[in-house]
Design a protein around this ligand. Structure first.
Ligand code: IMP
Ligand code: MG
Length: 174
């Protein structure tokens, strides 16, 4: 049975960090046509909290990726399973994920989206599991660095469970 081992970030800690990221983003994107892209499903809570605190006009779009193959090597194949509904050419794109791990997902999405000629393309993540990185990804906005723990909650799952937890916790597994 998979169980919560330890709460790593409680609701208040997450909210303060998200507010901080939103302030930086609001300052950097003032006067720009900002498109937030939420990477389904893990980034849902991060996206809705962040966009509530962003004070410049912003629209939100959704994309979903899936990956096949081993997660411990660079042989993973990441594909888009639900694409954006809007054209992003000449717009300022901020890709949102709750966690970056090997970097494969964001690396692939950055490559695919850059072909659509956005005005700018950057990444914001709440958590960075840097020690697991396989491909380098430029991360413009980052909340916390975390060690190699499998985490759940705040949108993140283990077998689709735990996404609804309002805090971020490490699991007993691994
Ligand atoms: P990457 O492609 O290896 O960087 O992984 C990115 C995706 O894997 C994230 O969007 C999450 O959905 C998932 N992921 C990575 N690490 C964790 C974790 O510790 N808990 C839950 N999901 C994770
Ligand atoms: Mg998952």
């Amino acid at each position: 049975m998979t169980e919560i081992k330890q709460i790593l970030f409680d609701e208040e800690t997450i909210a303060a960090k998200v507010e901080d990221l939103a302030k930086r983003i609001s300052a950097d994107y003032a006067g720009k046509d900002l498109v937030l892209i939420c990477i389904l499903k893990a980034a849902v809570m991060f996206t809705t909290d962040l966009m509530r605190s962003i004070t410049v006009p912003a629209v939100v779009e959704f994309i979903q990726a899936a990956s096949y193959g081993k997660s411990t090597t660079s042989s993973r194949n990441v594909v888009i399973v639900q694409d954006l509904k809007e054209d992003i050419a000449n717009r300022h794109i901020l890709l949102l994920d709750t966690i970056i791990d090997t970097g494969e997902t964001l690396h692939t999405l950055l490559k695919l989206l850059s072909e659509r000629k956005p005005a700018s393309l950057d990444v914001a993540v709440l958590l960075d599991k840097k020690c697991r990185r396989i491909v380098e990804v430029p991360v413009a906005y980052k909340g916390f660095d975390i060690p190699d723990d499998f985490v759940v909650g705040y949108g993140m799952d283990c077998g689709e469970q735990f996404r609804n937890l309002p805090y971020i916790a490490a699991l007993e597994t691994r």
